[in-house]
Design a binder for this molecule. Structure first.
Ligand code: ADP
Length: 200
């Protein structure tokens, strides 16, 4: 039985990744570490970090690997992440995979599972259009969405191959009700011995 839950969720924009991340983390009793949420909170609060990344995120571009990596390392060094965490939005390219590996290896840790949330492109674009209307995220303009999806395909999707080689990827069908999708993920994790009972 795995006694830790160091997890990563990967999926295209509009896949419902953030929503599922929150549900899974809650079910397992581990914190979610979402780089997108950290940036949005800082932008909203008008912090120096927020000022630094505001224009970059609004255009749908990636923040630098150095800055993002530092934020993640700081967050993972907090006490509540010692027994496990669910990363959402990091790593997002091959360089970041290497940076995270180096950090975790230094701590004698490694990722236990990577959840790949699969959603057809048409479906994710439809969900993003709806979210743009409902939430008004500054990076949900047509241009920024196209940029983010294209970066996802060219830079983020390839990281899955690295993790696939390690045998830790679970590919989950992301079409269905929120509860169905959460159940698919928790079932896949249970099959790896990752469940709340095993992490507490
Ligand atoms: P989405 O997946 O819908 O694009 P996120 O909330 O994950 O949204 O990220 C929002 C923005 O924050 C990204 O477009 C990017 O500018 C920045 N960002 C988030 N994670 C990273 C990362 N790992 N590396 C670089 N930039 C990031």
């Amino acid at each position: 039985m795995t006694s830790s839950a160091r997890l990563l969720i990967v999926g295209p924009q509009g896949s419902g990744k953030g929503t599922q991340a929150a549900r899974i983390a809650e079910a397992l009793g581990i914190p979610t570490v979402s780089t997108g949420d950290v940036f949005r909170a800082n932008i909203q609060a008008g912090t120096p970090l927020g000022e630094q990344v505001k224009a970059i995120t609004a255009a749908g571009n990636l923040v630098s690997d150095e800055l993002t990596g530092q934020i993640v390392r700081d967050r993972l060094s907090e006490a509540d992440a010692a027994g496990g965490f669910l990363l959402d939005g990091y790593p997002r390219n091959i360089q970041q995979v290497g940076d995270l590996d180096a950090f975790l290896t230094e701590r004698g840790e490694s990722l236990d599972a990577v959840i790949e949330l699969n959603v057809p492109r048409d479906e994710s674009i439809a969900r993003l259009a709806l979210r743009a209307k409902e939430q008004g995220r500054t990076d949900d303009t047509d241009e920024a969405i196209a940029k983010r999806l294209s970066i996802y395909e060219s830079e983020t999707a390839p990281i899955l191959d690295v993790y696939r080689e390690r045998g830790i990827v679970d590919t989950i069908d992301g079409v269905g009700s929120l509860d169905e999708i959460t159940a698919r993920i928790t079932d896949a994790l249970s099959a790896r011995g990752i469940s709340r009972a095993a992490t507490v």
